[in-house]
Design a protein around this ligand. Sequence first.
Ligand code: MOS
Length: 759
Amino acid sequence: MTSPHNDVQPVAEPGTGYVRKGDGVPRVDGRAKVTGQARYAAEHLADGMIFGVVVNSTIAKGRIATLQLDAARAVPGVVEILSHLNRPRMRKLDLFYKDMTAPAGSPFKPFHSDGILYSGQPIALVLADSFEAARYAASLVRVQYVQEEHETHLLSHLERSHKPSRLKAGFSPPPDETGDAQAAFDAAPMQVSAEYYAGVEHHNPMEMHASTVLWGEDGHLTVYDKSQSSQNSRWMVSHVFGIPKHRLTVKNPFVGGAFGSGLRPQYNLILAVMAALHLKRSVRVVLTRQQMFTFGHRPETWQRVQLAARADGTLAAVLHEAIAETARIEDYVEVVVNWSGQLYKCDNVKLGYRLVALDHYSPIDMRAPGAAHGIHALEVAMDELSYAVGMDPLALRLHNYSERDEAQDLPYSTKELRACYEQGAARFGWSQRPMAPRSMREGHELIGWGMATGQWDAMQMFARAHAELHADGRLVVGSAATDIGTGTYTVMAQIAADAMGLQLEDVVFRLGDSTLPVAPIEGGSSHVATVGSAVEGVCEKLQKKLFALARRLDDLPFAKARFADVQFREGSMVLQGGPGGSCAISLQQLLARAGETRVETKYLMLPNILKQKKYVRATHSAVFCEVRVDEDFGTVRVTRVVSAVAAGRIMNPQLARSQIMGGVVWGISQALHEETHADHRLGRFMNHSLAEYHVAVQADVHDIDVLFVEEDDRIVSRLGAKGVGEIGMVGVAAAVTNAIYHATGRRIRSTPMTPDKVM
Ligand code: MOS
């Protein structure tokens, strides 16, 4: 029954050979993932393991009057039921529950009191010696509540919106108004003004959230947690339970998708650790697919966009306001409207962002948080404006192209959006597009072409990395990074292999372990610029250390050479035409002659903030798409997408393309399928299963063409890379909306665009 907890270490297949940054290389973790060797958080077992099943509240607000547990306790195999009544000691202060991505406010603390803050709140954990016994017993728990009135409907409460708290690090509130936007709007000859609405969306990664706590002989806890940062989970558990760092290791070597849902540790982690400490046993808590709808979601958001232009299409005013939901306990914030002051050149811009507190759990980041809504509304409004002024939608965008950020009065570090527009349009055949809606048809299908712009931040955090070159020529590099399915193992090994001139199969990149050197949370598409730069930095230090060893070898000309004269390639340190002549020595020979079994270096990568803050740093995209709309049924197929992306130097085009494709598919999903509906009488999300919460599937995916335009950004990172991921999603749903308008003449201002709206 005991599984070995030595996790599979992904390494490239033998024969992969020498690779450079920029080469397309397949995933080094691919084989482990498709053969089941990669173990996920819920796939670790230990002798005597206890299984926990969570009971969730069925009311949205009030308190628990009684918990009837006798029937559940009587089930054979049940060992304990934890709730607010008997929970072991946990710290009380909000501070301890603040994970590194927590919004401003008071974080939810599982089992802290009898209070109910939202429907689906965890209220009891049934623990048994089998999952089946725990699940059955959990179904027997009966709860009596004292109910209070709840409010869960955003649109009914827009008038009580509040300005968000600014305490959240990294959040940029909308900039102040420039010019006089309302007066400029009123005076302009061409105006569009409309409201947009997006419903709640929930995360549905393949892997459910789970935490397995392995109770060590010496009381050491090893926790496998589904997370975008092992160190964030470790940090929170340490603080909540007062466990010192050296007694707690969190691991997440394999993550089956997360894209925001794993940024914050979820209640399964707190409950699993609580149970393990209480029972002094190994404990696993896995959420069900339905329970995946009980923590965090993309917030329901209402927006109004007003655009005005002169007769020639020059933007005269941009007014964009958004009101999104948050929880009563926290101000979850995202950047929704700020993009509208950046994407186009305009002198009169007014932006607003407010929140309404509802009786739901706090929203959570979901791929391209904020931009997925804000740029959507802006880009649909731009399409509406293009028809108002009678100008091609792409021509209108080019006419108003912004060369610098007007609101902050800063240049872009690099911005190849114009190349995205041009190359994307050429690839798509945009010049063949007739302007008038309903002008293309094939049989019973109306055909439409639409386009939109995308933008996302190009961020760089700080990170540490560690490197060890062994006598056998193997290089091991490590950082507590995460691979949520995005290719971190591969790209980091590739950057190291390129730096050291080693074959990819000789490089091991270790991640997903809280004991490794500090790395940031894998989020915001920043891992390549951050961890990748740390990896290249630690390799450069290693090169210098090896060079210092070589200089001590009197019989070789390295002694008289400078570091700048040597190269690391094909397993060797190579000196060409130095003062003492040319020479090469393999790294293995070098270590042997120096009498070293290994050479180690450590590196701390700190972003050059003083330089970076003089620029706006962003990735860009131009998305073109074709839809076919069944005129009788209102069903939409997205038959062709071209996404042209500018994201700095692309480290691995094969994996980057997959990232963008994934974003495009998610954008199609946002456009056509995804919405969680609440029954507001119950204050409860109802379609909490994949049968009723629809996501794009293979049948929704047709021709997706990704192209990367040339860009090299040494301000964002030493690699020239900005990072891909979120940028693949931004603008996709807007392009689909605009294509549906072009096909049908019907303008839809809410997502998802289900047949009832399209008909
Ligand atoms: Mo990012 S919201 O973690 O995809």
